[in-house]
Design a protein around this ligand. Structure first.
Ligand SMILES: [Zn+2]
Length: 474
């Protein structure tokens, strides 16, 4: 359990963060909080958070191989489809792509260079007798990897998209002491999941968020309705926050999130696993450090980005919330910028100018109910009383977890046969057994039942098991 004083201080801080939003403040939204799942409690202890330096391996090759797999298949397919003699160029293209995948290393990806082995292979073809092939090979001659990828796979291919937008351009490896990852269940870290984005505290913008942070930011989205989701998020017992900060910004009371991801714990066959949900980040490098740092530190951490590359069957795991965690809002808000008249003065032609905040409406109404914030709707569904995880079987199999394995201890039930309603399940309530026996005996005596030739065997089987159950110790 989080120490009472720390929790108290964090709740006050959470309220401050919520009150930054005009909507939340006007609606009188109070910060509240439900104690987290035991897994998080044990991990973070009395402090409510834990910190560590990320250890990151600079190995981009598996990701490159994974991303380019389909593009290479496509090249092979094209080459196989062409009639013999017309396939020289397609053959060369496929061969170069294969050589590239075999010989590329992380340095090549970081430095944007083509491996020497591939270069000499290409050179050999430049002097080929076949004109078209030589011409094609010459067009591959640039030592820049990005150029070769465009040539081989095309500008719109997944490989080129990944290389230009996702692959980090520089990467440190080993234990990175200048960076710190914090895992926290403290209320203010959850309420501030986007308010503490670097851009609000003198740093860089988050590049895949909204408006430099995200729509959960009480500062930049203060009149948005999305921010109401922060309160149910504080009640979501499965959720924790992971953030990356520079080690000099270690103050947990004034954090700066260079990258941030929500974490959610799910128990699979009694073992805790957690999902690293879609991250927000200032650069590809900070994203890489946060995600890889978490994955390296916790073998039971699963990044939704990795899970997404495995399709096929999924298995659902459900966590019941201890109470209804929904937040209801029904309120009329008067625009703070025009004080309700929707008017902002006159332009140079003496025409009235509408207030930008409320589009000249002067006020807005929010009548809605809100649930915790979810980034990965393909894996997580949330309701007022439960959260459901739909997990991909193949991905977990690759991590040695068999999702289809039956739960260890199925709830003890026994089947019984009632001639009037058929078979059904009954909770093992020993007190009921005698009543049921009497009931069945009555039914047995009824003429209609006898005439219908009810399955007496089944009934006797049931009686045998019912008596065995009464004799059994729980
Ligand atoms: Zn207005």
């Amino acid at each position: 359990m989080i120490h009472q004083d720390i929790l108290q201080r964090s709740m006050e801080k959470a309220q401050e963060v919520l009150d930054i939003s005009f909507n939340l403040r006007e609606a009188g939204v109070k910060a509240d909080y439900l104690q987290r799942d035991d897994f998080w409690q044990q991990l973070v202890g009395e402090q409510g958070y834990m910190m560590f330096h990320p250890e990151v391996e600079a190995d981009l090759v598996p990701e490159f191989r994974d991303v380019s797999k389909d593009d290479i298949h496509e090249l092979e397919h094209v080459y196989n489809r062409l009639p013999y003699g017309r396939d020289q160029v397609a053959h060369l293209r496929f061969q170069v792509a294969q050589k590239l995948v075999e010989s590329i290393n992380t340095e090549h990806l970081l430095q944007n260079t083509v491996p020497n082995k591939v270069m000499s292979y290409i050179e050999a073809y430049c002097i080929a007798i076949h004109n078209d092939t030589a011409k094609e090979a010459k067009s591959y001659r640039s030592p820049k990897l990005s150029k070769l990828l465009v040539k081989l796979f095309g500008e719109k291919s997944e490989t080129v998209k990944w290389y230009t937008t996702k692959c980090p351009k520089n990467l440190d490896s080993g234990l990175l002491k200048e960076w710190t990852i914090t895992i926290s269940i403290l209320p203010h870290h959850i309420a501030g999941m986007s308010y503490y984005a670097a851009a609000n505290h003198g740093g860089d913008k988050w590049i895949e968020g909204w408006n430099g942070t995200s729509c959960m930011d009480t500062k930049r989205n203060g009149i948005g309705s999305g921010v109401f989701q922060l309160v149910p998020s504080m009640r979501d017992v499965t959720m924790a926050v992971a953030y990356l900060s520079r080690s000099e910004d270690k103050d947990v009371w004034n954090p700066v999130y260079q990258a941030r991801a929500l974490l959610r714990v799910v128990h699979i066959h009694g073992e805790p696993h957690f999902l690293i949900c879609r991250p927000y980040f200032t650069s590809r490098k900070t994203r890489h450090i946060l995600i890889e740092g978490l994955k390296n530190a916790f073998p039971n951490a699963h990044y939704t980005g990795d899970m997404r590359s495995f399709d096929g069957e999924g298995v659902q795991f459900r966590v019941e919330y201890p109470k209804n965690i929904e937040l209801e809002v029904d309120k009329e808000f008067v625009c703070p910028d025009c004080e309700g008249d929707g008017f902002m003065g006159y332009d140079q032609y003496n025409e009235p100018v509408d207030c930008e905040t409320c589009h000249g409406e002067g006020r807005w109404h929010i009548d809605d109910s809100f649930l915790p914030y979810i980034d990965d709707h393909d894996f997580i569904i949330v309701n007022h009383d439960e959260i459901i995880f739909k997990l991909p079987v193949k991905y977990f199999a690759s991590k040695g977890v068999d999702l289809n394995r039956p739960e260890k201890k199925p709830k003890r039930r026994f089947r019984f046969f009632n001639p009037l309603v058929g078979r059904s399940d009954v909770e093992p309530e020993p007190v009921q057994v005698e009543e049921l026996v009497a009931d069945i005996e009555d039914i047995r005596q009824e003429l209609a039942v006898r005439e219908a030739e009810v399955e007496m065997d089944a009934m006797e089987d049931w009686l045998r098991r019912a008596w065995a159950y009464v004799g059994a110790d729980e």
